[in-house]
Write a protein that binds this ligand. Structure first.
Ligand code: SF4
Length: 474
């Protein structure tokens, strides 16, 4: 049973929010406006959701937000450890912030998330980037008000660090400022027990902890009461939901409970591990009318040898069998996956097995990455079979094959009328709106801003590889 942060501790953090609010009120009296915060998120939806909590706490403490770190009094970067290039980007940004801070020494810089949950990275930041005021890991997110307050009142240049090396108790009732009002991420569990050999997540996010279903349902009911209609249930491996709880529940049952909530129109979820995708879950997806007929099922590779080296615990045949079942039960399902190209033991023959999976499954969309070595994971000790050039060639080949499939799948939509939840106005054209179909495909169409957050019927008029164009059906 997952441990919970005690109510008194959450109350203590609230008291720090009030203290920061007082500082902010004094600042406003002098400057005519409150302090400004700038946040940036790297990595996955879990990080996006965590940043929404950081922004929620900042908002309650009276902060305004700005898009440019140059204008900010507090900058918080929520980082990702999954690939090396995300870490390099953060180090690059820290270099830029150093210059800004030289001219504005009162500015506070905070780094949080998965990257700093690794001790060697935290040491590097403390040594090389000592202009960072605040370093806190994934398990200390709820303590942000206390850490920020301490950083605001400290009179030395030492960084405040909290990277508790525990699995992280679940903290409920942290303020949250959501990016959208019509759709929301709702975390159902944290952490992962799978230890895929290339992945750093179990080391930085800890073991699986499920939230109580009553807390999840209460959060969703509250969202619906505030106008939200699309719920995305989040977890590193949602199929494991409930295994650590005393109540008789699993993810399929949770889906049905969310499906019963009045006012919810669409339910999505991610991510699923293929080995844990049960028949019960496939049935729940098929039977629950609000669950979008869309499934993201990461295959990672097609070769059984590589899958075994990755410690994925399924074979290509197992995976294809599950896809077959899904297609049989949910005929118009839209499928997507994650693929790693260039895992150290992957040969060119192994890679062709991945291409074979692409052709057999016919995904609507894939998220493909070149393998990134992560210190501390078993795969980091393996030697590469292929050269960098061969890996890049394979990566390009993968995209070429998938682009053709994605375009063909999108072409099938032309002429159809689809229900679209409008996300917002296009950044490039204020007359163009952007939204998503049930399948999660993005569609752009002409319309007025007052449609944002609403469902509209759109006739699909044109297909591209990654998006669709359409027109509103009057
Ligand atoms: S299932 Fe594997 S890839 Fe996904 S978070 Fe867990 S260890 Fe990482």
């Amino acid at each position: 049973m997952a441990e919970h942060i005690k109510k008194e501790e959450i109350e203590l953090q609230r008291s720090f929010i009030y203290k920061i609010k007082e500082i902010n009120a004094r600042y406003t009296n002098i400057n005519g406006h409150p302090m400004k915060a700038n946040t940036e998120t790297y990595g996955c939806q879990q990080n996006e959701n965590d940043t929404e909590r950081i922004r929620g706490m900042l908002k309650e403490a009276g902060f305004d937000f700005c898009d440019d770190a140059n204008d900010a009094d507090v900058v918080v970067y929520n980082t990702c450890a999954v690939r090396e290039n995300a870490e390099q980007k953060v180090f690059g940004r820290l270099g830029i912030l150093k210059h800004i801070k030289e001219s504005r020494p009162d500015m506070l810089i905070g780094i949080c998330g998965c990257m700093v949950q690794q001790e060697h990275i935290t040491e590097q930041i403390k040594k090389v980037h000592n202009h960072v005021d605040l370093i806190f890991g994934t398990h200390a997110l709820y303590k942000f008000p206390e850490l920020l307050y301490n950083a605001m009142v400290k009179n030395n240049k030492k960084s405040i660090v909290d990277i508790t090396d525990s699995d992280g108790a679940i903290a409920e009732e942290i303020p949250i400022l959501r990016d959208y009002s019509q759709k929301a991420w709702v975390s159902v569990m944290y952490g992962c027990n799978n230890f895929c050999s290339y992945c750093i997540v179990p080391y930085v996010r800890g073991r699986e902890r499920s939230r109580d279903s009553k807390d999840i349902i209460a959060e969703i009911e509250n969202l619906v009461a505030n106008g939200c209609t699309e719920i995305s249930l989040l977890g590193q491996n949602v199929n494991s939901y409930g295994k650590d709880l005393e109540e008789n529940i699993n993810f399929a049952k949770l889906l049905r409970m969310v499906n019963d909530i009045k006012g919810v129109e669409r339910i999505r979820f991610m991510t699923s591990h293929p080995k844990d995708l049960s028949d019960e879950l496939i049935d729940a997806m098929a039977e629950c009318e609000k669950v979008c007929k869309q499934l993201h099922l990461p295959v990672q590779a097609g070769s059984n040898k590589v899958l075994s080296d990755m410690n994925r615990k399924y074979t290509k045949e197992d995976y294809l069998e599950k896809i077959k079942k899904v297609k049989e039960k949910i005929p118009n399902i839209s499928l997507s996956t994650d693929i790693i190209v260039g895992f150290p033991t992957e040969t060119n023959e192994d890679f062709l097995e991945t291409i074979d999976v692409l052709k057999k499954v016919e995904y609507d969309n894939i998220f493909s990455f070149i393998y990134s070595r992560r210190e501390g994971t078993p795969a980091a000790k393996l030697d590469f079979v292929l050269s960098e050039e061969e890996i890049h060639n394979n990566f390009n080949k993968l995209l070429e094959v998938q682009n053709e499939i994605s375009k063909r799948k999108n072409d099938e939509y032309v002429g159809r009328i689809e229900k679209v939840l409008v996300d917002g106005v296009s950044k490039n054209n204020e007359n163009t709106l952007s939204g998503r179909l049930e399948s999660s495909k993005v569609v752009n169409f002409v319309g007025s801003e007052d449609l944002v957050g609403k469902y509209v019927d759109v006739r699909i008029t044109e297909a591209h590889t990654w998006s669709l164009n359409g027109e509103i059906v009057k």
